[in-house]
Design a protein around this ligand. Structure first.
Ligand SMILES: [Zn+2]
Length: 326
């Protein structure tokens, strides 16, 4: 359903009033998937996403999936004010993550999650270290030994920046899959479904295991659930779907919408209201893949959106309803 942007003539200049209007609107009967879609022009939407994650909004879990070109970067603002950044591509990005966070007035990143050590997910780490205090880094302890010279340079860069984070006092965390909640921050719960401890042990530095062992995590706020899947591949999905409750309101699709990250059986279980794909316009890999998009569409009640035409925003309430800004 689309209400059109005319409902918010002065937004985002008057965020308080806009929030009141949003709450009133949420009093309206929602579609079964509990989404209200707000379509906005690109510039207005970027401003909207800034406002969503730029400050604490009580009783809202706000999420900005940034238009960072070919890569991933998502900023999450918890109802209690904490900031979580999931992946941090800044190479060739349309929206620069560092500028974005500065415009938000962010000084501290409470959790930086790097789903796996590939450049399109970690390229901004050094800039983040230089500009912000990073309290915790969540990263999978993946070793990459079976790699080309070029990949070796990438991996060395990654290891060096993680070491530097540690020197700056960041706590380095290596979460592994568990059915126990990983972290509880106020009313928000983080669960980790990948990588598995056995998967990490088995990987033996093989490059093809890097995606399998991506961090896959769910963030829950009451009945609202969003699943982040890094670049996890079908092997990873098969295990995750077997052991964990992956049903989610919103899915952040794996691997920029490529076929390798799209698993139909998992999609059936996730059964999201909405799927978001982070992919760059005119990217050389052809992401997202047409076949994968068809699968995402088939299982997502409200369809899929990419970040190709700007950042996407979500403002979620505890009752599971949410506003989707696209
Ligand atoms: Zn990637």
């Amino acid at each position: 359903m689309g209400y059109g942007k005319q409902l918010f003539p002065r937004f985002p200049k008057e965020p308080e009033e806009a929030e009141r209007m949003i709450d009133e609107e949420l009093g309206l009967p929602l579609a079964k998937d509990r989404e209200i879609e707000k379509t906005m022009q690109r510039e207005e939407r970027e401003q909207q996403v800034l406002d969503l994650v730029g400050r604490q909004h009580e009783n809202k879990l706000n999420i900005g999936c940034l238009d960072v070109g070919q890569g991933d970067a998502t900023v999450i603002r918890l109802p209690t004010g904490e900031v979580i950044v999931v992946d941090c591509n800044t190479a060739d990005a349309n929206v620069d993550l560092v500028d974005f966070l500065k415009s938000c007035g962010v000084d501290v990143i409470d959790y930086l999650v790097i789903t796996h050590p590939h450049y399109d997910h970690f390229s901004g780490v050094q800039k983040l270290v230089d500009n912000f205090q990073i309290r915790n880094l969540m990263e999978p302890s993946i070793e990459r030994t079976d790699i080309t010279e070029e990949a070796r340079a990438e991996y060395d860069l990654y290891c060096n920046t993680v070491n530097e984070l540690e020197k700056h006092g960041t706590t380095i965390l290596h979460p592994v899959a568990s059915s126990d909640v990983y972290k509880e921050i106020g009313d928000v719960r983080l669960s980790v479904y990948g990588p598995s401890r056995a998967g990490i042990e088995r990987a033996e530095g093989l490059e093809r295991e890097v995606h399998t062992n991506s961090i896959v995590m769910k963030i829950e706020y009451g009945d609202f659930k969003m699943l982040f899947s890094g670049d996890v591949d079908r092997d990873g999905w098969t295990r995750i779907a077997k052991y964990y409750d992956i049903e989610s309101t919103v899915l952040h699709a794996s691997h920029h919408g490529s076929v390798s990250g799209c698993d139909e059986q998992s999609m059936e279980k996730i059964s999201p209201s909405r799927t978001i794909i982070s992919a760059g316009r005119g990217n050389p890999f052809g992401h997202p893949d047409g076949e994968a998009v068809q699968v995402y569409k088939k299982y997502s009640a409200n369809g899929t959106r990419t970040t190709k035409n700007g950042s996407l925003g979500i403002s979620a309430s505890k009752d599971g309803s949410y506003i989707f800004y696209d």
